[in-house]
Design a protein around this ligand. Structure first.
Ligand code: HAM
Length: 405
């Protein structure tokens, strides 16, 4: 007896053809672009000690407070399915002594991430990110470079309606002084703020900039902006980044209220959005995190990078982008060894494997869109060209390969 039907968990999805091929094409584009800039592929575990994210992403963030899939293993250790990749990469940098390598260490990654969010179009509980991180240098050319790389990738992927927002959060000290100033300002108008923002005034007053609450938005419009209190050094660093982006012809908008959902950022932050997406318009974002490696127990090490949602890139690209190439040749039964020989020459071959009649075989070949059919007859091979129906005897794979060129 058949059992009840099973479903994939809420907020997850299956990747099926032709979507799967579009992903692989995107992965190939990533590999090419990253290699040109000297970024090497890395993998870290899909789960980490919860501490990595609690300390790395920040206790007061939505991600850590509400969105992590956290569980205990059999020894009672608290583990968490990774909600993002930067903290794990930095944990690995420290654990593997990568500060001893020539700096900057440039890495890229691709894989599944998990956040317990309310699912909707473009927002899932298991999603995929591609990301890059450059660790060990605070040179502003790296900030500009990572932004350039994401711009290039989005263009290559055919993502539509792309915009870039940019800001600087200053160094850790500037930020701390600013947070005190902002906290004092918000306290002065506490009654107008949402309960949530009030509850986080001590730990994370920056969250006020993210709020949908009308009263909070009114207050925030008058609040002091971090970009106005940057130190000379930070302002100069940001100026450098801007100049390099200008020279590269990258359009952006300075947005002093740009706050990202993670606590580790310092100095440059940025976000690419797409008008082609609905409410979840963020395609990719990132920035500098000069204190994160130290926070995770390593030596003081600057870093900068970004991550982009694979699903959102593909949504923003609509139907654009490559699908799978159809087979070139269709071979009828009896041609198993011949099909293998043709494939070894780089030809895409489909073999009849469903017991169709000769008529059914030709119909199927037509549906597949192949250019050629090899009919395996008792007295030898016949090559049929689908475009004009012409058919002739051929001796072997050599002759078929020549006909295809
Ligand atoms: P993030 O902005 O939290 O940054 O995530 C990056 C991207 O992941 C988003 O722009 C979005 O495209 C995608 N994404 C996030 N959550 C979901 C979801 N629930 N469903 C589908 N896609 C989603 C980070 O994760 C940082 N680690 C980026 C970074 C790297 N900063 C420095 N280095």
């Amino acid at each position: 007896m058949a059992g009840p039907k099973l479903q994939a968990p809420k907020g997850t999805f299956d990747v099926l053809p032709p979507e799967g091929e579009r992903r692989r094409a995107l992965a190939r584009a990533c590999e090419e672009i990253f290699a040109a800039y000297g970024y090497a592929y890395a993998e870290t575990p899909v789960f980490e000690d919860t501490e990595v994210f609690a300390r790395g992403v920040g206790e007061s963030t939505d991600i850590v407070q509400k969105e992590m899939f956290t569980f205990e293993d059999k020894a009672g250790r608290s583990l968490t399915l990774r909600p993002e990749g930067t903290a794990g990469i930095c944990r690995s940098y420290v654990e593997n002594g990568m500060h001893k390598l020539p700096q900057p260490v440039k890495l890229w990654y691709w894989g599944p991430f998990f956040r317990h969010e309310t699912p909707q179009a473009g927002r899932y509980r298991q999603f995929n990110q591609v990301g890059i991180e450059a660790l060990g240098s605070d040179d502003p050319s790296l900030d500009a470079e990572v932004i350039l790389i994401l711009a290039e990738l989005l263009e290559r992927a055919g993502a539509q309606g792309i915009r870039l927002r940019l800001a600087s959060l200053g160094s850790i000290d500037t930020r701390r002084a600013y947070l005190d100033e902002l906290r004092d300002f918000l306290r002065g108008r506490e009654a107008e703020l949402s309960e949530e923002v009030r509850g986080r005034l001590d730990t994370n007053p920056l969250r006020a900039f993210d709020a949908d609450h009308e009263g909070t938005r009114v207050v925030v419009a008058d609040a002091p902006k971090l970009m106005e209190s940057l130190s000379d050094e930070d302002a100069e660093h940001f100026e450098h980044v801007r100049r390099m982006l200008d020279a590269a012809g990258i359009a952006y908008e300075i947005d002093p209220s740009l706050v990202r959902g993670l606590d580790y950022y310092t100095r440059t932050v940025f976000e690419f959005t797409s008008d082609a997406l609905g409410a979840q318009s963020g395609v990719g974002g990132g920035g500098r995190y000069d204190g994160l490696v130290e926070e995770l127990g390593g030596p003081a090490t600057p870093g900068v990078g970004w991550a982009a949602g694979i699903e959102r890139i593909l949504l923003a690209a609509g139907e654009a982008g490559e699908g799978q190439s159809p087979p070139q040749v269709y071979v009828t039964p009896g041609g198993f060894a011949l099909a293998r020989e043709l494939r070894s020459r780089g030809i895409r071959v489909e073999l009849e494997q469903a017991g169709r009649s000769r008529k059914g075989q030709l119909k199927h070949a037509d549906r597949l869109g192949v250019g050629w059919v090899v009919l395996v007859e008792e007295d030898g091979l016949q090559l049929k060209e689908m475009a004009n129906g012409e058919q002739r005897a051929v001796a072997d794979a050599d002759e078929i390969e020549r006909a295809l060129r």
